[in-house]
Design a protein around this ligand. Structure first.
Ligand SMILES: *Cc1c(COP(=O)(O)O)cnc(C)c1O
Length: 732
């Protein structure tokens, strides 16, 4: 039978209700592939990998694309050969159980939401490398939020955009300069299908602008129990330019941007309406989607006969806003012309003037010199706003204090809920097996409890070290494979390719640094004194090595120069075998890195890192953080669970700041990190280092999980927004 005979999506949707039978192995594997639940269950991932390990890798770990290469007969044969039947049946049964059983936490805590779900809006969702509709931290955070909401069975739906070219693929040319390539994803290889209304008719939405209508169709993707709806402007009826409106993430100019945000916000609300979904709470994850609030106001005015002010109050009560960056360029601003062109028709229906509309996006409503800021709109139209770490809360209150000039800073109504990561998505299988053995049964249902993670202290240090070494070797093999492939693609010599196959040493302290190459993240801080860097790398007794990865925004020339500088270190014999740059940082590269490094380095200019989450991923796998006391690390570091750069202060002069932090980075490496790592007992074990790994896991894993984060949102934001009781979010 061919794969088209199974309607993708219907598969999973039918599961909890029964009625649809899945007889063949092919049907079951395809049903599993059509719900991203598979991606955080390593035993299911292994099933697909076992079918064809090479193609699995080449296809970006995409199970639908993999299955498309099999006929049902060949799949049946392969499954018999490998004795996969019982594993497939078991995986399928577990997915069915997962979809059918509500998590007890949600049953006890989300009752007040009633049948009305939280609608979570985000411009990007990063759930897995095979679904490339994310660029970086914001997207991965959204993906982790959705997965935890699913695991906890919070009534929850998510709304985003479908970008058929996603974010760019990165490679470096022979000079180390970043080249961007956009590749269209094959829709048929993604776990999604057209969203349909209650009558089974595919949904589409129309958004009026002064310049004509803008159309979008809607896709449905299943992420565990959560439905993720993705709007897509590539439809007939749009002019050719608009058909490409949603093809790229963060591409184009201001006009592209506002049109994308119009589709996400206004189009997203219309899509929910067409689907027959009435959310109880709206969560705007970053300001991109803030136009949604205006559309909900319009709905309420027209259906409930409320005035604009009444509807605004009601919508604000039910809206939660999360702000994600203290970097000014990270807050979208639009001029009056663009606002009127795109919001004009909606404004007419709201019955407000152009000045009133502009006022909603201005700090000083009457100030005609001020552009329209999406963050201001979101802050004005949400009763509950939060930053993403305690320090970022402080910074955000100061940053937006002028919106509430009559209040003192501590009373600015922006709290904080610190970001966390979806544990099972980032945890190496080998570590999970260790946890399965020493933690209570079904420990993942109790992820937020410190007592569970405390048990890591009972593990034999030698065993933990051995698992870590296995993971480190897997990472080094990955780096060698990728670097040699990069060199082959650039047409480099055989010697150069061969050198890549032998670079890095598993017995050497290995540092990972991977993130967006924005200049404030200072990827080159560790290079600020090249001789000293060289001394660290080439120390005969206690050397270090370092693996870099990260993309620069296509328009960020200084970021690209940073990449070039780092990538070109390999031309210097001193660094050639000890420094690696992996191209095309994505979820897959991140997963390898955070699972295998000894040390995860993060040295942004404080306080510009709102939270950061990659270091939290390293924690779960036994990696130690070496970080500036910024973002989540400022509240996480306790002196014994990692390493700190600086003292949590910053100088007004950028230069002084950079010099001090660079100096302190070397000092901590030389005096703390390296000695601790190489201090071995008679068995060759770094006892104190392993102790620190255990401290890191037991003190941090439960606090910085996305489960804890989502629970905080439920208790402090969603329930009060829906009208239930709860404690106030901490502002301090
Ligand atoms: C986790 C993750 C991020 C966010 O981590 P930061 O610490 O904020 O850099 C970014 N990109 C990818 C691919 C990730 O997996």
């Amino acid at each position: 039978m061919s794969r088209t005979e199974v309607a993708p999506g219907r598969a999973t949707e039918g599961l909890p209700k029964g009625g649809v039978e899945y007889e063949s192995i092919y049907d079951k594997l395809l049903a599993l592939a059509n719900n991203l639940w598979w991606s955080w269950h390593p035993e299911v991932v292994e099933l697909y990998r076992d079918l064809d390990p090479i193609r699995w890798r080449q296809l970006d770990h995409n199970p639908i694309a993999l299955l498309a290469e099999f006929t049902a007969e060949r799949l049946e044969m392969r499954a018999s050969e490998l004795v996969l039947h019982s594993r497939i049946n078991q995986a399928f049964r577990r997915l069915k159980e997962y979809l059918a059983t509500a998590n007890s936490w949600a049953v006890a805590h989300t009752g007040v939401l009633g049948g009305k779900p939280v609608a979570y809006f985000s411009a990007e969702f990063g759930m897995h490398e095979s679904v490339p509709i994310y660029s970086g931290g914001l997207g991965v955070l959204s993906g982790d939020h959705v997965k935890s909401a699913s695991d906890l069975s919070v009534p929850f739906i998510a709304v985003g955009l479908y970008y058929d070219q996603g974010y760019f693929k990165q490679h470096l040319d022979i000079n180390g300069y970043q080249v961007e390539e956009y590749i269209a994803t094959k829709v048929e290889n993604l776990p999604m299908r057209p969203a349909v209304d209650p009558n089974g008719k595919p949904i589409s939405v129309t958004i009026e602008t002064r310049d004509g209508p803008l159309l979008a169709k809607v896709w449905l993707m299943h992420v565990g129990r959560v439905h993720l709806y993705l709007l897509d402007c590539d439809v007939e009826g749009n002019n050719p330019e608009d058909r490409e409106l949603t093809s790229r993430l963060y591409g184009g100019d201001h006009r592209t941007r506002i049109r994308q945000e119009l589709v996400l916000g206004v189009g997203g609300v219309r899509a929910l309406h067409a689907l027959g979904i009435t959310p109880g709470v709206y969560h705007l994850n970053e300001g991109h989607s803030a136009f949604a609030t205006l559309e909900v106001i319009r709905e309420m005015m027209e259906t409930d006969g409320l005035s604009f002010d009444e509807a605004l109050r009601d919508v604000a009560q039910r809206t939660v806003f999360t702000t994600h960056t203290p970097v000014p360029a990270g807050h979208d601003r639009f001029d009056g012309g663009l606002i009127e062109e795109h919001l004009g028709p909606l404004r007419d229906r709201l019955g407000i003037s152009f000045q009133q509309l502009m006022g909603l996006g201005r700090v000083e409503p009457q100030n005609e010199g001020e552009t329209f800021c999406m963050t201001v709109l979101a802050l004005k139209l949400s009763r509950r706003a939060n930053a993403v770490s305690a320090l970022h809360g402080h910074v955000s209150r100061r940053m937006w204090a002028h919106l509430w000039p009559w209040r003192v800073e501590e009373e600015i109504p922006i709290g904080h809920i610190t970001n966390g990561v979806h544990v099972r998505s980032w945890l190496a299988w080998q570590m999970q097996q260790l946890y399965d053995r020493v933690f209570p049964v079904k420990w993942w249902l109790r992820m937020g409890e410190p007592e569970v993670w405390q048990l890591i202290q009972t593990v034999d240090p030698g065993e933990l070290w051995e698992i870590h070494h296995t993971l480190k070797n897997l990472l080094l093999a990955f780096v060698r494979r990728r670097v040699s492939r990069q060199r082959r693609r650039r047409g480099e010599s055989d010697e150069s390719i061969e050198a890549a196959r032998n670079m890095l040493d598993p017995n050497v302290l290995t540092i990972g640094f991977a993130r967006r190459f924005a200049t404030y993240k200072r990827a080159d801080l560790i290079l600020s004194d090249l001789d000293r860097f060289n001394d660290l790398l080439s120390d005969p007794e206690r050397p270090i090595q370092i693996v870099f990865a990260g993309k620069a925004h296509p328009a960020d020339e200084p970021g690209k120069q940073l990449i070039k500088r780092i990538a070109n270190l390999r031309m210097d014999d001193r660094f050639a075998s000890r420094v690696a740059f992996i191209e095309d940082y994505d979820i897959n590269v991140c997963r390898h890195l955070v699972q295998g490094v000894d040390v995860w380095l993060n040295n942004p200019r404080r306080p510009l890192e709102a939270s950061g989450t990659s270091g939290q991923k390293a924690v779960l796998n036994g990696g130690l953080n070496l970080s500036v006391l910024d973002g989540w690390w400022a509240e996480a570091y306790d002196g014994a669970n990692g390493f700190a750069i600086g003292k949590g202060t910053s100088h007004v002069s950028e230069q002084v700041n950079d010099r001090r932090d660079g100096e302190d980075l070397y000092r901590v490496l030389e005096q703390e990190v390296i000695p601790l790592y190489y201090d071995r007992d008679v068995d060759g074990l770094p006892r104190l280092w392993i102790r620190r790994m255990m401290n890191s896991i037991s003190s941090l894993a439960w606090r910085f999980s996305a489960h804890r984060m989502v629970m905080d949102y439920v208790r402090h934001s969603y329930l009060p927004a829906a009208g239930g009781l709860s404690c106030e979010m901490s502002v301090r």
